[in-house]
Design a protein around this ligand. Sequence first.
Ligand code: ATR
Length: 282
Amino acid sequence: MSEIMPAACVIGHPIAHSRSPMIHGYWLNQLGLKGHYNREDVLPENFAEFVRSLRDHGYVGCNVTLPHKEAAFRLLDRASACAQHLQVANTLWFEGDLLCGDNTDVEGFIANLDDRAPHWGTHLKKAVILGAGGAAASIIVGLQERGATDIRLVNRTIEKAEILAHRFGPTVHPTPWSDLHQCLTDADILVNTTSLGMKGQAELDIDLDPLPLKALVTDIVYVPLETGLLRQAKQRGNPIVDGLGMLLFQAVPGFEHWFGQRPTVTKELRGLIEDHIRGVTP
Ligand code: ATR
Protein backbone atom coordinates (compact mmCIF):
# COMPACT_ATOMS: atom_id res chain seq x y z
CA MET A 1 0.00 0.00 0.00
CA SER A 2 1.38 3.41 -0.89
CA GLU A 3 2.24 5.74 1.98
CA ILE A 4 0.21 8.98 2.28
CA MET A 5 2.52 11.97 2.39
CA PRO A 6 1.48 15.26 4.00
CA ALA A 7 0.98 17.98 1.44
CA ALA A 8 0.58 21.74 1.73
CA CYS A 9 0.26 24.46 -0.88
CA VAL A 10 0.29 28.17 -1.55
CA ILE A 11 -2.99 29.58 -2.86
CA GLY A 12 -3.00 32.80 -4.87
CA HIS A 13 -3.98 34.37 -8.16
CA PRO A 14 -1.66 34.66 -10.00
CA ILE A 15 0.70 32.17 -8.35
CA ALA A 16 3.05 30.88 -11.08
CA HIS A 17 5.99 32.96 -9.84
CA SER A 18 5.73 32.04 -6.16
CA ARG A 19 9.04 30.87 -4.72
CA SER A 20 7.38 29.23 -1.71
CA PRO A 21 7.62 25.72 -3.27
CA MET A 22 11.40 26.18 -3.52
CA ILE A 23 11.61 27.18 0.14
CA HIS A 24 9.47 24.34 1.52
CA GLY A 25 10.98 21.85 -0.94
CA TYR A 26 14.45 22.77 0.35
CA TRP A 27 13.40 22.19 3.98
CA LEU A 28 11.65 18.88 3.23
CA ASN A 29 14.79 17.67 1.53
CA GLN A 30 17.19 19.05 4.14
CA LEU A 31 15.24 17.51 7.03
CA GLY A 32 14.71 14.22 5.18
CA LEU A 33 10.92 14.49 5.51
CA LYS A 34 8.37 13.04 3.15
CA GLY A 35 5.91 15.64 1.89
CA HIS A 36 4.83 17.91 -0.94
CA TYR A 37 4.25 21.63 -1.38
CA ASN A 38 2.33 22.80 -4.45
CA ARG A 39 1.11 26.00 -6.07
CA GLU A 40 -2.68 26.41 -6.42
CA ASP A 41 -4.02 29.10 -8.72
CA VAL A 42 -7.51 29.84 -7.37
CA LEU A 43 -9.81 32.66 -8.50
CA PRO A 44 -11.36 34.86 -5.78
CA GLU A 45 -14.85 33.48 -6.50
CA ASN A 46 -13.60 29.92 -5.89
CA PHE A 47 -11.41 30.62 -2.89
CA ALA A 48 -13.87 29.94 -0.04
CA GLU A 49 -14.97 26.65 -1.56
CA PHE A 50 -11.37 25.58 -2.14
CA VAL A 51 -10.40 26.28 1.48
CA ARG A 52 -13.52 24.58 2.85
CA SER A 53 -12.53 21.45 0.94
CA LEU A 54 -8.78 21.78 1.60
CA ARG A 55 -8.57 18.30 3.12
CA ASP A 56 -10.47 16.78 0.19
CA HIS A 57 -7.78 18.27 -2.03
CA GLY A 58 -5.26 16.34 0.06
CA TYR A 59 -3.83 19.26 2.02
CA VAL A 60 -2.98 19.50 5.74
CA GLY A 61 -2.76 23.29 5.40
CA CYS A 62 -1.68 26.11 3.15
CA ASN A 63 -0.16 29.50 2.67
CA VAL A 64 -2.40 32.20 1.26
CA THR A 65 -1.19 35.11 -0.80
CA LEU A 66 -2.68 37.92 -2.89
CA PRO A 67 -5.55 38.51 -3.32
CA HIS A 68 -6.93 36.09 -0.72
CA LYS A 69 -5.46 37.07 2.67
CA GLU A 70 -8.56 38.89 4.01
CA ALA A 71 -10.89 36.17 2.71
CA ALA A 72 -8.72 33.54 4.42
CA PHE A 73 -9.09 35.29 7.76
CA ARG A 74 -12.88 35.31 7.46
CA LEU A 75 -12.95 31.53 6.98
CA LEU A 76 -11.02 30.67 10.15
CA ASP A 77 -12.48 28.85 13.14
CA ARG A 78 -9.56 29.97 15.29
CA ALA A 79 -7.29 32.96 14.52
CA SER A 80 -4.02 33.89 16.22
CA ALA A 81 -3.90 37.21 18.07
CA CYS A 82 -1.79 38.65 15.25
CA ALA A 83 -4.25 37.54 12.55
CA GLN A 84 -7.12 39.04 14.56
CA HIS A 85 -5.28 42.30 14.99
CA LEU A 86 -4.62 42.59 11.24
CA GLN A 87 -7.79 40.81 10.03
CA VAL A 88 -5.69 38.86 7.51
CA ALA A 89 -4.22 35.36 7.48
CA ASN A 90 -1.44 33.94 5.34
CA THR A 91 -0.86 30.56 7.03
CA LEU A 92 -3.62 27.98 7.62
CA TRP A 93 -3.58 24.58 9.34
CA PHE A 94 -5.97 22.23 11.13
CA GLU A 95 -6.30 21.45 14.83
CA GLY A 96 -8.74 18.55 14.90
CA ASP A 97 -11.54 19.81 12.66
CA LEU A 98 -10.84 23.47 13.38
CA LEU A 99 -9.31 25.59 10.64
CA CYS A 100 -6.66 27.74 12.32
CA GLY A 101 -4.76 30.68 10.91
CA ASP A 102 -1.98 33.13 11.60
CA ASN A 103 -0.43 36.13 9.94
CA THR A 104 3.30 35.37 9.82
CA ASP A 105 4.31 38.48 7.85
CA VAL A 106 4.86 40.39 11.10
CA GLU A 107 7.10 37.63 12.47
CA GLY A 108 8.87 37.39 9.11
CA PHE A 109 9.61 41.10 8.98
CA ILE A 110 10.96 41.20 12.55
CA ALA A 111 12.94 37.94 12.30
CA ASN A 112 14.63 39.17 9.12
CA LEU A 113 15.83 42.35 10.84
CA ASP A 114 16.90 40.42 13.97
CA ASP A 115 18.89 38.09 11.72
CA ARG A 116 20.58 40.68 9.50
CA ALA A 117 20.90 43.67 11.89
CA PRO A 118 20.78 42.12 15.39
CA HIS A 119 20.67 45.33 17.48
CA TRP A 120 18.31 47.26 15.23
CA GLY A 121 15.49 47.51 17.79
CA THR A 122 17.53 48.49 20.86
CA HIS A 123 16.79 52.23 20.76
CA LEU A 124 13.84 52.19 18.39
CA LYS A 125 11.60 55.26 18.65
CA LYS A 126 10.88 56.86 15.31
CA ALA A 127 10.07 54.90 12.16
CA VAL A 128 9.21 56.08 8.66
CA ILE A 129 7.13 53.71 6.53
CA LEU A 130 6.63 54.43 2.82
CA GLY A 131 3.28 53.08 1.61
CA ALA A 132 -0.03 52.30 3.31
CA GLY A 133 -1.19 48.97 1.81
CA GLY A 134 -1.50 45.53 3.38
CA ALA A 135 2.24 45.13 3.86
CA ALA A 136 2.46 48.45 5.68
CA ALA A 137 -0.17 47.27 8.20
CA SER A 138 1.95 44.22 9.15
CA ILE A 139 5.02 46.38 9.49
CA ILE A 140 3.25 48.91 11.72
CA VAL A 141 2.29 46.07 14.07
CA GLY A 142 5.83 44.68 14.05
CA LEU A 143 7.41 48.05 14.79
CA GLN A 144 4.90 48.77 17.55
CA GLU A 145 5.71 45.39 19.13
CA ARG A 146 9.37 46.41 19.15
CA GLY A 147 8.61 49.70 20.90
CA ALA A 148 8.33 52.31 18.13
CA THR A 149 6.51 55.33 19.56
CA ASP A 150 6.43 57.59 16.49
CA ILE A 151 5.53 55.96 13.17
CA ARG A 152 5.28 58.27 10.15
CA LEU A 153 3.18 56.65 7.48
CA VAL A 154 4.03 58.36 4.21
CA ASN A 155 1.67 57.68 1.34
CA ARG A 156 0.66 59.13 -2.02
CA THR A 157 -3.02 58.62 -1.13
CA ILE A 158 -3.21 60.20 2.31
CA GLU A 159 -6.68 58.75 3.01
CA LYS A 160 -5.20 55.23 3.08
CA ALA A 161 -2.60 56.31 5.64
CA GLU A 162 -5.38 57.90 7.72
CA ILE A 163 -7.35 54.64 7.73
CA LEU A 164 -4.33 52.70 9.03
CA ALA A 165 -3.58 55.40 11.63
CA HIS A 166 -7.16 55.12 12.86
CA ARG A 167 -6.84 51.32 13.11
CA PHE A 168 -3.44 51.16 14.78
CA GLY A 169 -3.55 54.06 17.20
CA PRO A 170 -2.02 57.42 18.02
CA THR A 171 1.62 56.38 17.48
CA VAL A 172 0.85 56.24 13.72
CA HIS A 173 0.95 59.60 11.91
CA PRO A 174 -0.37 59.88 8.35
CA THR A 175 2.10 61.96 6.37
CA PRO A 176 1.90 63.37 2.84
CA TRP A 177 4.75 62.57 0.48
CA SER A 178 5.64 66.30 0.41
CA ASP A 179 6.64 66.09 4.12
CA LEU A 180 8.97 63.14 3.67
CA HIS A 181 12.15 65.23 3.70
CA GLN A 182 11.51 66.72 7.13
CA CYS A 183 10.16 63.53 8.68
CA LEU A 184 13.35 61.59 7.86
CA THR A 185 15.17 63.70 10.45
CA ASP A 186 15.73 61.65 13.65
CA ALA A 187 14.32 58.47 12.08
CA ASP A 188 15.73 55.20 13.47
CA ILE A 189 14.41 53.08 10.62
CA LEU A 190 13.08 53.65 7.08
CA VAL A 191 10.97 50.91 5.48
CA ASN A 192 9.75 50.85 1.90
CA THR A 193 6.48 48.94 1.50
CA THR A 194 5.47 50.49 -1.84
CA SER A 195 5.94 48.62 -5.08
CA LEU A 196 8.37 51.31 -6.28
CA GLY A 197 11.82 49.87 -7.00
CA MET A 198 10.42 46.45 -7.88
CA LYS A 199 11.57 44.94 -11.18
CA GLY A 200 9.36 46.41 -13.91
CA GLN A 201 8.20 49.35 -11.74
CA ALA A 202 9.46 52.94 -11.49
CA GLU A 203 12.36 53.59 -9.09
CA LEU A 204 11.71 55.07 -5.68
CA ASP A 205 13.33 58.46 -6.07
CA ILE A 206 13.83 60.13 -2.69
CA ASP A 207 16.44 62.38 -1.13
CA LEU A 208 17.96 60.62 1.89
CA ASP A 209 20.04 63.64 3.00
CA PRO A 210 18.15 64.32 6.26
CA LEU A 211 18.24 60.64 7.34
CA PRO A 212 20.71 59.95 10.18
CA LEU A 213 23.56 57.67 9.04
CA LYS A 214 22.83 55.16 11.80
CA ALA A 215 19.22 54.67 10.62
CA LEU A 216 18.46 51.21 9.29
CA VAL A 217 17.01 51.17 5.77
CA THR A 218 15.01 48.16 4.61
CA ASP A 219 12.79 47.29 1.67
CA ILE A 220 10.14 44.62 1.42
CA VAL A 221 10.81 44.48 -2.32
CA TYR A 222 13.28 41.64 -2.98
CA VAL A 223 13.33 41.54 -6.78
CA PRO A 224 15.88 42.98 -7.33
CA LEU A 225 17.65 42.04 -4.10
CA GLU A 226 19.33 45.41 -3.93
CA THR A 227 16.75 48.03 -4.81
CA GLY A 228 17.69 51.60 -5.77
CA LEU A 229 16.72 52.70 -2.24
CA LEU A 230 19.04 50.15 -0.60
CA ARG A 231 21.90 51.00 -2.99
CA GLN A 232 21.51 54.70 -2.27
CA ALA A 233 21.38 54.09 1.50
CA LYS A 234 24.43 51.80 1.42
CA GLN A 235 26.45 54.31 -0.59
CA ARG A 236 25.91 57.03 2.03
CA GLY A 237 26.78 54.62 4.88
CA ASN A 238 23.44 53.51 6.34
CA PRO A 239 23.00 49.89 7.45
CA ILE A 240 20.64 48.08 5.07
CA VAL A 241 18.58 44.87 5.08
CA ASP A 242 16.98 43.49 1.92
CA GLY A 243 13.48 42.00 1.81
CA LEU A 244 14.32 38.39 0.93
CA GLY A 245 14.63 37.30 4.55
CA MET A 246 11.05 38.38 5.25
CA LEU A 247 9.86 35.88 2.64
CA LEU A 248 12.05 33.13 4.13
CA PHE A 249 11.20 33.73 7.80
CA GLN A 250 7.45 34.11 7.25
CA ALA A 251 7.49 30.56 5.86
CA VAL A 252 8.90 28.96 9.04
CA PRO A 253 5.72 28.62 11.19
CA GLY A 254 3.66 27.08 8.38
CA PHE A 255 6.24 24.40 7.71
CA GLU A 256 6.31 23.51 11.41
CA HIS A 257 2.49 23.24 11.56
CA TRP A 258 2.25 21.01 8.47
CA PHE A 259 5.35 18.84 8.63
CA GLY A 260 6.06 18.77 12.37
CA GLN A 261 9.59 20.19 12.53
CA ARG A 262 10.73 23.77 12.88
CA PRO A 263 13.01 24.54 9.92
CA THR A 264 16.00 26.88 9.84
CA VAL A 265 16.63 29.73 7.42
CA THR A 266 20.12 28.67 6.37
CA LYS A 267 22.69 30.50 4.25
CA GLU A 268 22.30 27.74 1.71
CA LEU A 269 18.54 28.37 1.39
CA ARG A 270 19.10 32.09 1.03
CA GLY A 271 21.74 31.43 -1.65
CA LEU A 272 19.36 29.15 -3.53
CA ILE A 273 16.62 31.78 -3.71
CA GLU A 274 19.14 34.56 -4.47
CA ASP A 275 20.38 32.55 -7.47
CA HIS A 276 16.81 32.12 -8.65
CA ILE A 277 16.09 35.83 -8.33
CA ARG A 278 19.27 36.68 -10.23
CA GLY A 279 18.26 34.21 -12.95
CA VAL A 280 21.27 31.96 -12.32
CA THR A 281 18.94 28.96 -11.84
CA PRO A 282 15.69 28.32 -13.76
P1 ATR B 1 0.55 45.72 -0.55
O1 ATR B 1 -0.71 45.11 -0.04
O2 ATR B 1 1.56 44.74 -1.06
O3 ATR B 1 1.16 46.66 0.43
P2 ATR B 1 -0.87 47.71 -2.11
O4 ATR B 1 -2.00 47.63 -1.15
O5 ATR B 1 -1.17 47.69 -3.56
O6 ATR B 1 0.15 46.52 -1.88
O7 ATR B 1 0.00 48.97 -1.75
C1 ATR B 1 0.97 49.46 -2.58
C2 ATR B 1 1.55 50.75 -2.00
O8 ATR B 1 2.46 51.29 -2.96
C3 ATR B 1 0.50 51.82 -1.75
O9 ATR B 1 0.86 52.53 -0.58
C4 ATR B 1 0.63 52.71 -2.98
O10 ATR B 1 0.25 54.04 -2.79
P3 ATR B 1 -1.30 54.50 -2.96
O11 ATR B 1 -1.99 54.07 -1.69
O12 ATR B 1 -1.24 55.96 -3.12
O13 ATR B 1 -1.81 53.77 -4.17
C5 ATR B 1 2.12 52.63 -3.22
N1 ATR B 1 2.46 52.99 -4.60
C6 ATR B 1 2.32 52.20 -5.70
N2 ATR B 1 2.73 52.89 -6.79
C7 ATR B 1 3.14 54.11 -6.37
C8 ATR B 1 3.68 55.28 -7.03
N3 ATR B 1 3.89 55.30 -8.34
N4 ATR B 1 3.99 56.36 -6.27
C9 ATR B 1 3.79 56.34 -4.93
N5 ATR B 1 3.28 55.27 -4.24
C10 ATR B 1 2.97 54.18 -4.97
